[in-house]
Write a protein that binds this ligand. Structure first.
Ligand SMILES: O=C(O)[C@H](O)COP(=O)(O)O
Length: 316
């Protein structure tokens, strides 16, 4: 019987599919430092972003034939090395796009109406300072009619564009690779509407947007560093639900302190799982702990997609 360790968990729907296909699924969470000694009992491992599958672990566990990433980013897996060794690597790139896009708008609505700050201050000061706080947060703005710039126009960027268009926003989109600017929205009642984003350069996105959302993988250079943050519109709102390191956090803190950036919504951080204190405590940053894909719906789709990939691989 094929034994699979789902080290960061797997949705019950995915587990049920694998069990029905005759696989044994172990959902125990083995700590990272114990994996080299224990993973070799299994034929495959599935992970989210918490467990790292690096070269040393693959070398220590030659029985592993497959690494399944329940999610998009594979930066926690040494993919090229795994493939060199004949270990299959699968991820589930399509299943979580909508959930990530909705979280982007959670951060945007939070930012334009100061929810992050008023939720911190009201419990502490509300009874004595209610009217002061009412005044402090009186200058909210609407999203409708504003321009959102999307850096990275893959699956998630496209979902962000659809929500934005549905809200009446203008969309500037940039990607390293050519893309189709047409998107198809599914509105309530199943109504389908076609719309287009404006294809832009990175510079146009940076200089012309009221809000910027990042949907890019991690590379060694931030997409928004000090140089780029110096060029944004004053008061821009930034959202990062992609990967830590794609915005230079220290430059972001400076830009928030100077007022150049109005607010930031961050789901990802340089030092996960221990983001720096200046980020955690900053009054102009709305925080979530890397939960872009953490919805019931996305996790179910991910579990099912991953299960089918694993079944297809071992039954081929
Ligand atoms: O790459 C992804 O799919 C997201 O960042 C979600 O990561 P998670 O599975 O650890 O929540």
């Amino acid at each position: 019987m094929i034994k699979i360790l789902a080290n960061d968990g797997i949705d019950p729907a995915g587990k049920a599919l694998l069990e029905a296909a005759g696989f044994f699924i172990d959902t125990v969470n083995i700590p990272q430092d114990e994996l080299p000694a224990r993973l070799n009992e299994y034929d495959a491992i599935t992970v989210r972003s918490a467990t790292k599958v690096r070269k040393a672990l693959l070398d220590a566990c030659p029985n592993i034939k497959l690494v399944g990433r329940g999610g998009v980013g594979v930066d926690n897996i040494d993919v090229d090395y795994a493939k060199e060794k004949g270990v299959a690597v699968f991820n589930t790139p399509a299943s979580s796009s909508l959930s990530v896009a909705e979280l982007v708008f959670g951060h945007l609505f939070t930012g334009v109406r100061f929810l992050y700050e008023s939720n911190r201050r009201m419990p502490a000061e509300g009874n004595t300072k209610f009217n002061d706080l009412k005044k402090a947060y009186a200058k909210g703005i609407e999203l409708r009619g504003k321009t959102i710039g999307i850096l990275g126009f893959g699956r998630i960027g496209r979902e962000v564009a659809k929500v934005a268009i549905g809200l009446g926003m203008d969309v500037l989109a940039y990607d390293l690779f050519p893309f189709n600017p047409e998107v198809e929205l599914t509105l309530g009642g199943g109504i389908q509407v076609k719309a287009s984003v404006k294809v832009a350069t990175k510079e146009e996105v940076i200089t012309q947007s009221d809000f910027i959302s990042l949907h890019v993988p991690f590379t060694d250079k931030p997409v928004l560093g000090a140089e780029e943050l110096a060029q944004v519109k004053k008061g821009v709102g930034l959202v990062n639900c992609s990967r830590g390191g794609t915005i230079d956090e220290l430059a972001l803190i400076d830009a928030l302190n100077s007022g150049k950036v109005g607010f930031a919504g961050l789901d990802v951080f340089d030092n996960e799982p221990t983001p720096r204190e200046e980020i955690l405590k900053h009054p102009k940053i709305s925080l979530t702990p890397h939960i872009g894909a953490a919805t019931n719906e996305a996790q179910e789709r991910i579990g099912v997609e991953l299960a089918n990939l694993i079944i297809g691989y071992f039954n081929k």
